[in-house]
Design a binder for this molecule. Structure first.
Ligand code: DGY
Length: 322
């Protein structure tokens, strides 16, 4: 029997590439050069499955219907880079990778929180530059996290995992905003309090962590007015999607001292990062590392493979987003 033709748009962990190359007629991107939108569109005519990642762009115009591809196996949980309505309208199934990256992304949120509160990036830069003048009582004093209030915007899987870590490790009080009720058993033991508005969370929290999907109504959810509510002692953490924050407004708010600092793993126009942010000492910047562990990236790849296997053997696809 002919194997389905599949395309991976980027380099994937070796173990997953091996599995897919055995089971499918797989085209790998061994040079790991990003594909243009046009090239991905053309691939829809040549492959039975196209497997993009969160850094690809798949807008409506590349889906015409009548193309060969029948499934997009997205390597990533977020899918705001794919026009889902257009893809499904053209008859494609779209899958993602929920759950397996929850822990690592929450770990990254905590990493940013600690780096920011304890000025770790700033300290390392000082030391590496040869500017450390030695221990002294007033040197680079940061903020103690213990007992502070963490405000989660978007209490889904990753928001909950972040809150759990912060509560268990630092005794942080947890408040949150979420569109729908969160089942009690998922947040048991944290004494987490749901507030009615995003504004109420921003005003009450010492550290705000964003955990909503990107795109749609969440684009620039954190606008100038909301950023101003975080306050001069507050920190903002973003491991969700860059477009959730109005980046220009954030730069202005940081410059004006409307918040104390920001920890960012995601940006509006990745991989571009504004020079103004790079120049700021009270900002921690990571290159979208949320899920970047070998274990998690392999799990993500195997999840895509499981979805393809189900699809091509006529079974229910476990992680269809549409
Ligand atoms: C995702 O899967 O959406 C993440 O952003 C990649 O780490």
């Amino acid at each position: 029997m002919t194997k389905p033709r599949i395309l991976l748009t980027r380099r994937w962990p070796a173990a997953v590439e091996r599995r897919l190359s055995q089971d499918y007629d797989a085209t790998l991107n061994t040079d790991d050069v990003p594909m243009t939108t046009e090239a991905i569109g053309a691939a829809l005519n040549d492959y039975d499955a196209v497997c993009p990642t969160v850094s690809d762009r798949l807008p409506a115009q590349i889906f015409s219907g009548g193309q060969r591809a029948r499934i997009l196996g997205n390597f990533g949980v977020g899918f705001n880079h794919i026009d889902i309505a257009a893809a499904t309208g053209a008859g494609l199934t779209v899958t993602n990778t929920p759950g397996v990256l929850t822990d690592c992304t929450a770990d990254t949120a905590l990493t940013l929180m600690l780096m920011l509160a304890r000025r770790a990036g700033e300290g390392e830069r000082e030391l590496r530059a040869g500017n450390w003048a030695g221990w002294r009582p007033t040197h680079m004093m940061g903020t103690r996290l213990r007992g502070k209030t963490l405000g989660i915007i978007g209490m889904g899987r990753i928001g909950i995992a972040t809150a759990r870590r912060a509560h268990a490790a630092f005794g942080m009080k947890v408040i949150y905003y979420n569109l729908v009720d969160v089942p009690d058993d998922l947040i048991a033991g944290m004494d987490a309090r749901r507030l009615d508005t995003i504004e109420a969370v921003l005003e009450a929290a010492d550290v705000v962590s964003l955990h909503v999907p990107g795109g749609g109504d969440n684009t620039h959810l954190m606008n100038a007015a909301r950023l101003a509510l975080i306050g001069p002692d507050g920190f903002l953490i973003n491991t969700a999607r860059g477009d959730v924050i109005d980046q220009t407004a954030l730069i202005a708010a940081l410059r004006e001292g409307q918040l104390k600092g920001a920890g960012l793993d995601v940006f509006e126009d990745e991989p571009k990062v504004p020079a103004e942010l790079i120049a700021m000492e009270n900002v921690v910047l990571l290159p979208h590392l949320g899920s970047a562990t070998t274990e998690t990236r392999e799990d993500m790849g195997h999840m895509v493979a499981d979805n393809l296997d189900a699809f091509f053997t006529g079974q229910r696809v476990p992680n269809a987003v549409a």
